[in-house]
Ligand binder design. Structure first.
Ligand code: HEM
Length: 185
């Protein structure tokens, strides 16, 4: 006979929810969201979110993966998700992500799907990692900075040419005035 204590925390049966079910949990008192096919009950966390409560309320009951990803959250933010994990999106509604998926899987309890589970293939083609995202944003910022610099330089050049031209015009007019003055006197 085998005896032992089952850790019910670890052996919690896999819980699946459909998008439709998640949609109902969209109020500040009952706030769920989907991030990378995983469902989190963030009712308690919302008040402590460093980015404010409002953005989380806006994502209540929906798939917030893109919104979450857009902000380029740190590794710490990913780790903070784990305690709020309550289940997975039903396999038929899951998306396959090219990136970051492993980070979530690593930090949250994972469900092993039956072999023949059909997963809808929706490939989200964004950058590979959030740090890449940051680099990309930096590059974008730099390129817009350099085009701003070019415009600035061009403006200065035009101004200098204008000043030289008006100075030359002024001197020319003065010269004409003097020669007219000498000829007439
Ligand atoms: C429940 C999941 C979420 C967790 C655990 C979380 C966690 C965090 C953390 C730890 C930060 C501080 C910066 C960092 O370490 O990355 C942060 C900032 C922020 N988060 Fe979230 N977040 C979550 C969901 C979201 C969602 C869905 C949005 C939607 C737009 C969002 C928007 C923001 C914004 C705007 C900031 C401020 C960024 C800044 O000031 O640079 N967060 N979040």
């Amino acid at each position: 006979m085998i005896t032992g204590v089952i850790n019910t925390e670890k052996f919690r049966p896999p819980q699946f929810y459909s998008l439709e079910q998640v949609n109902h949990h969209n109020s500040p008192e009952d706030l769920w969201m989907i991030i990378y096919n995983k469902i989190y009950d963030i009712t308690e966390f919302a008040q402590h979110h460093p980015g404010g409560v409002e953005v989380l309320f806006d994502c209540g009951g929906i798939d917030a993966t893109e919104a979450f990803d857009d902000v380029s959250h740190s590794d710490d933010a990913f780790k903070m998700l784990a305690p709020y994990f309550i289940g997975d999106l039903i396999p038929q509604e899951q998306k396959i992500y090219k990136h970051n998926h492993n980070r979530i899987i690593k930090d949250s309890p994972t469900v092993i799907y039956p072999k023949d589970t059909k997963i809808e293939k929706v490939i989200i083609t964004t950058v590979n990692t959030t740090s890449n995202l940051k680099i990309k944003r930096k590059k974008k910022k730099n390129s817009s900075n350099s085009s701003n610099n070019k415009v600035e330089k061009l403006t200065i050049l035009i101004l200098v040419i204008l000043v030289i031209f008006s100075l030359a015009l002024y001197i020319g007019v003065q010269k004409l005035k003097w020669s007219y003055h000498f000829h007439s006197s």
